[in-house]
Design a protein around this ligand. Sequence first.
Ligand code: PEP
Ligand code: MG
Length: 551
Amino acid sequence: MILMQGKGVSKGVVKGKLYFYERPSTTIERTEVTDIEAEKARLAEAQEKSIAQLEVLAEKCREEAGDESAILFETHAMFVEDEDYVECIMDTLDEEQCNVEYAVSVAGDQFAAMFAAMEDAYMQARAADIKDVTRRLLNNLMGIPEGGIDSDEPVILAADDLAPSETIQMDKSKILAFATQGGSGNSHTAILARTMGIPAICGLGDSLKKEYNGRLAYVDGTDGTVILDPDELILNALRTKFEEQEARKELLKSMKGKEDVTLDGKKVNVYCNIGSPDDLDAVIANDGQGIGLFRSEFLYLAANDYPSEEEQFKAYKAAAVAMNGKRVIIRTLDIGADKQVDYFNLHKEENPAMGLRAVRICLNRPEIFRTQLRALYRASAFGKIAIMFPMITSVWEVKECKRACQSVMQELTKEGIPYNPDTEIGIMIETPSSVFIADELAKLVDFFSVGTNDLTQYTLACDRQCNDLGKFYDPHHPAVLRALKMAADAAHAAGIWIGICGELGADLDLLPTFLAIGIDELSVSPSAVLPLRAELRKSIAQTCTLDLLKS
Ligand code: PEP
Ligand code: MG
């Protein structure tokens, strides 16, 4: 028996084969070849494979979202065989006697640059499609599997570490669990795993070896263990854990449809955190009463270029429609720190967590901000959208964000496009500075939502990405809890509501403290909704104390 001990960061027990993730190379080398006909044959094969994949995607899209969405993939399929594009590849092959990967990347760069330089905004946006098609062809030439996983059956995905952009692009239907050598429970990869309800273990270190690839493993995301070849005793224990897990799921089902209220009548809205419209099914299955945090940056992380207004509008509208009148809080772009997106071409920073990130990027690059706000306001006509700004530290930032909203609303009015002019505007309280001036900020917005992941990081000066910090990164620290109380008091004095959308919201040990502070909303991963509701319905708000605010 081989026992590997890490840190459980997303609960659940599963069994499956270990699959080591191979990171695709992003640089294309130019090599000289003698057999150009063989390269052309490889191209034909990759084209055929790409078209087949795109046809499947178009069909899936047609079933799930209608003809209009399928057109994108059909256009991509046509582009794979576009006469000019293919001629450009062939010319490079003939003239340079080089490998086909290089010829395809040259054609992709040339065509993308040509579209990007066009006057018309629609044609400019096609540059992203060219890059997408080129990436697909290259992946098929290099044998890189779609969704990063070359397996017919779902697997336990093992890796050294995973960036959020890698995780988001993987085919989730093929992942039973995550097991990584590095990583931290507060990273966005761990958060994504919890959002998707996939068990995850990080910090396994060198005990997780590549030679275990393909072997049957048992993963327990609660206690952080990965086991190979369990002996009879452990196997029996694991069987019991599986049974308990199923029994607990059954028990929690009885919480569906019940109100989020304490025994003494204090109502707390239990909402969900999501990263994309794909997570909406889980929200509905777990009876989430709204979306408290839609991390819109994951749309950017999943793409190879800036998502257009139309693409964003579709995603936000899908959330608004699916939630059918329930509140959907969409946070504007929170890129930066561990969420890096290549095409933003941001400078490398010494301290990215404190660098040009989130609302700072939006205020510095108004075109990106405007595109997102237009998509958000357009979607506001289809449900109860609320807009939330991350990483706020100053009053002027909120005022500028609100000015940008005003200007977008004026544009839409002029264009005769419907939107909800009363769309709620809120901010995240996740920096100490926003806590200190919460009284002033509260007068400018409709709600606060506390990002305890970052608030803990900045209050305690502890990098949330660093697993070695262990108990130093302590979201239960009285300083963090007092900051919560200060923000809540300021919100309530100004007559607005306050929620928590950081991971702490799902911490059942702190529920009495949240009730004593008067938190109005808790936004958690979909799988945490029913356990939280069950605990809430057993609580008596009036007897809860602020004891934990003392050291
Ligand atoms: C937070 O900081 O608590 C938060 C909810 O935002 P993110 O984890 O995406 O930084
Ligand atoms: Mg944050």
